[in-house]
Design a protein around this ligand. Structure first.
Ligand SMILES: [Fe+2]
Ligand SMILES: [Fe+2]
Length: 362
């Protein structure tokens, strides 16, 4: 069932823009332009998410939310306050009366979707309780480790590199204990985030490394490369990372700069295995030289970089995201071959055969 969202905002243009974008993402959207209308519609439709203008006529967003929260059925409604006033006081007051988060106007759809994706994933995490305790513990450890790394980068603080390395030890143990597909299955249905994408690329790289006959240490370093390969994306604004529409050339250039940012982060760490550097530097390179950042060709791209490009694309295609449909494994594997000249066809074949034999054993 589609998730219901109520937008309470008297600015029609904003309301219309958000509605159409959210409907495209599969949400069921209701709108209201006054406090009374918002309260009535909330009671009528019991939405899961409320997007609320702090200046909503006639009683203001704060008072409106207070009343909405007073109804038992609406007590847990996730509320995102929208405001033109960046005043801390306003925002603190909104949080005090029960808003979960806030965004500033003019509203960027990417910023909004980033918050909603975060909420959706948090709800999905409730399913981890059904996993074996040791599996749940592994996922939580990886998540916390990635989130700490993200916070450190945002605050320009030292990256907890040793923690990431020891998280890979735990992941390595879990892969050997449960198999890669148990871990992938546990996060099935998640929206892509730094945590999810890093985890998937890490486990697939570890697995693919094993298939290719790499030794234990190399496979661990491939997993480490997977966990770290996109860390530089933290420095790209969420409005861009979660933008559902086509990017313009300037925006695409900004996205591409994540590779350079990641390499700067790795350079700041000193001793980082070459495999980790190769994966981080080359996962967007293409055999025909059309990739970035260096436009390397064929054999100039390391085997780790070529494997990472495949794994990265497979992870992206099979994960829920805001810009394109999610593809089933068989469909995604076929898509890796086009455009011709981008990814290494022999490596795709090896990867595809192994994935398919997991889904159709025998
Ligand atoms: Fe990347
Ligand atoms: Fe990536």
């Amino acid at each position: 069932m589609a998730k219901k969202v109520l937008i309470a905002d008297n600015d029609e243009a904003t309301s219309r823009l958000i509605s159409s974008q959210l409907e495209k993402q599969g949400y069921e959207v209701y709108t209201a332009s006054t406090s009374r209308n918002a309260i009535n519609k909330a009671l009528l439709h019991i939405p899961g998410i409320l997007i609320l203008d702090l200046d909503l006529p006639t009683r203001g967003g704060g008072e409106t939310l207070k009343e909405i929260r007073s109804y038992k059925e609406l007590r847990d409604i996730l509320t995102l306050v929208v405001t033109t006033r960046a005043s801390k006081e306003d925002v603190i007051n909104a949080i005090k009366i029960g808003a979960n988060d806030y965004v500033l106007k003019p509203l960027k759809i990417g910023t909004l979707l980033a918050k909603m994706v975060h909420w959706a994933n948090t709800e999905m995490e409730a399913h981890w309780k059904k996993l074996k305790p040791e599996q749940e513990a592994t996922l939580r450890l990886i998540k916390v480790t990635i989130e700490r790394a993200v916070d450190a980068i945002k605050q320009n603080a030292p990256l907890p590199y040793e923690d990431i390395v020891s998280a890979v030890d735990v992941l390595d143990f879990a892969i050997k204990r449960d198999g890669v597909w148990d871990i992938v299955g546990a996060v099935d249905g998640y929206n892509t985030t730094m945590f999810l994408h890093s985890l998937l690329v890490a486990v697939y790289m570890h697995w693919f490394g094993g298939l290719k006959g790499f030794g234990e240490q190399d496979c661990q370093q491939m997993a480490l490369g997977g966990l770290m390969h996109d860390l530089g994306s933290v420095l790209i604004p969420p409005a861009l990372l979660f933008k559902p529409d086509k990017l313009d050339p300037g925006e695409y250039k900004d996205i591409k700069s994540h590779v350079g940012y990641t390499m700067d982060i790795l350079d700041g760490l000193g001793e980082v295995p070459e495999i980790v550097r190769n994966i981080s530097r080359e996962h967007h390179e293409k055999l025909d030289g059309s990739g970035y950042p260096q436009g390397l060709k064929a054999d100039d791209i390391s085997i780790h970089g070529r494997m990472a490009a495949i794994v990265e694309a497979y992870a992206a295609l099979t994960t829920k995201n805001v810009y394109r449909p999610t593809y089933a494994p068989t469909e995604a594997l076929k898509m890796l071959h086009s455009p011709v000249g981008h990814l290494d066809p022999e490596l795709i074949e090896e990867f595809a055969r192994a994935v398919l034999s997991e889904f159709n054993p025998g």
